[in-house]
Design a protein around this ligand. Structure first.
Ligand code: ATP
Ligand code: MG
Length: 361
């Protein structure tokens, strides 16, 4: 996959950019706080129509401006996205037509972001890992995003009824919740089944001698239904938790509480992993993301590297470069504060400077 043109208006500190993106990609050099991550975030916005840092749309609008706009040409397609703060309206177009559902345009542009902040995927709480799974599956399996939205809608309505202390009303959402939950958990589990060996292999290839593990974990599973994803099992779990859910005013079991467990030699990486081990696992997750997209969408995604190489020792850096040559052979946008922090293997592309949100070629 290749991005040939990029237009950015009033996105974070990037006021106005109209760029031809060179075929191999670019190296963006700039001091702290100048707009490197914002630039990558603008590109990634066209993948999911959401911030890659999990920011709200209104936070992406340049201070003092009414809205932002980003557009790109990738292959034969042109994708645009605009947001207006006053109306909170987001408009996405694909090849000139406005999309009524964003999910129809998700995955037109494929990109995988690498950032030092990815370590929180491994060291942080379960929500970061669920988000990771949801992003990978939303981009790679078109029905997923729609089913996930159904799940979230049912959950919101169920929780509202629970907060009002209305069990009958809450129960009315058990069916829709359970049907969406069946799809979501089964799809997540299938993905883990498909990729857990590869995760181990990648961690080893990155220099980690102990065996790494990737496992999907559902609920607390004390009711004997652990491992079953069908809607009936979800309904039974919801039923069994009703009293507790009412007390707490939230749905305490469901895919929104599940986790992707990462381990090293059988021990939880989140709790026992060293900083370097967690970083290695986070990179392996990003490589798997790239491989998942390539396998399901048939094109190598664009790599967005946000200053990830400086942190690695020489050995791991060399191993990573070896891996990404295969997993991410396409275009690469490489951001770093200094030339010396860009590995030689990625340095052979045009170099642009960013300062105060302006790009200098
Ligand atoms: P670092 O090397 O520290 O990671 P960076 O070049 O990646 O720096 P960015 O995160 O891209 O920096 O840019 C941060 C700058 O963007 C900050 O100066 C911040 O104040 C500014 N910024 C963030 N959001 C907005 C916004 N909505 N409008 C205008 N400026 C913003
Ligand atoms: Mg940055």
């Amino acid at each position: 996959m290749r991005l040939s043109q990029l237009t950015v208006r009033q996105f974070r500190n990037l006021a106005s950019l109209d760029l031809e993106i060179p075929e191999p990609g670019v190296v963006i050099i700039g001091e702290n706080g100048q707009g490197k991550t914002n630039f990558l975030e603008a590109i990634y916005y066209l993948v999911l129509f959401r911030s890659l840092r999990g920011a709200k749309d209104r936070e992406l609008v340049r201070f003092g401006e009414p809205g932002f706009f980003v557009a790109a040409v990738a292959g034969a397609h042109r994708v645009t996205a605009g947001y207006e703060t006053a109306t909170r309206r987001k408009k996405v177009t694909l090849d000139g037509s406005e999309m009524s559902k964003l999910s129809e345009a998700v995955g037109t542009i494929l990109a995988v972001p690498f950032s030092p902040a990815d370590v929180s995927l491994v060291g942080g709480g379960p929500s970061a890992r669920r988000r990771y799974l949801d992003v990978v599956l939303s981009v790679s399996e078109p029905p997923y995003l729609g089913r996930l939205t159904e799940l979230k809608t049912a959950l919101k309505q169920r929780n509202a009824a629970l907060r009002r202390g209305r069990p009958e009303e809450a129960r009315a959402f058990d069916g829709p919740f359970a049907r969406a939950a069946e799809y979501v958990t089964a799809t997540r589990r299938r993905w883990v089944e498909r990729w857990h060996e590869r995760f181990r292999e990648l961690c080893r290839a990155l220099g980690e001698p102990s065996a790494a593990g990737l496992r999907y974990r559902t609920g607390e599973g004390t009711d004997g239904t652990e491992g079953t994803d069908d809607a009936d099992a979800w309904c039974r779990r919801l039923g069994a938790r009703m009293e507790r859910d009412l007390r707490q005013g939230v749905t305490t079991v469901g895919p929104h509480r599940d986790d992707l467990r990462l381990s090293l030699a059988g021990r939880d990486l989140r709790i026992y992993g060293s900083a370097g081990q967690q970083r290695t696992a986070a990179i392996a997750l990003r490589v798997i993301e790239a491989e998942t997209l390539a396998a399901t969408r048939g094109a190598a995604p664009i790599a967005l590297y946000d200053d990830v190489f400086a942190e690695l020792d020489e050995n791991r850096q060399a191993r990573l470069l070896e891996l990404i040559r295969e997993a991410l052979p396409g275009q690469a946008i490489v951001a770093a504060p200094r030339d010396s922090e860009v590995p030689a293997a990625l340095f052979d592309r045009p170099r642009w400077q960013v300062a105060g949100g302006r790009l200098d070629r």
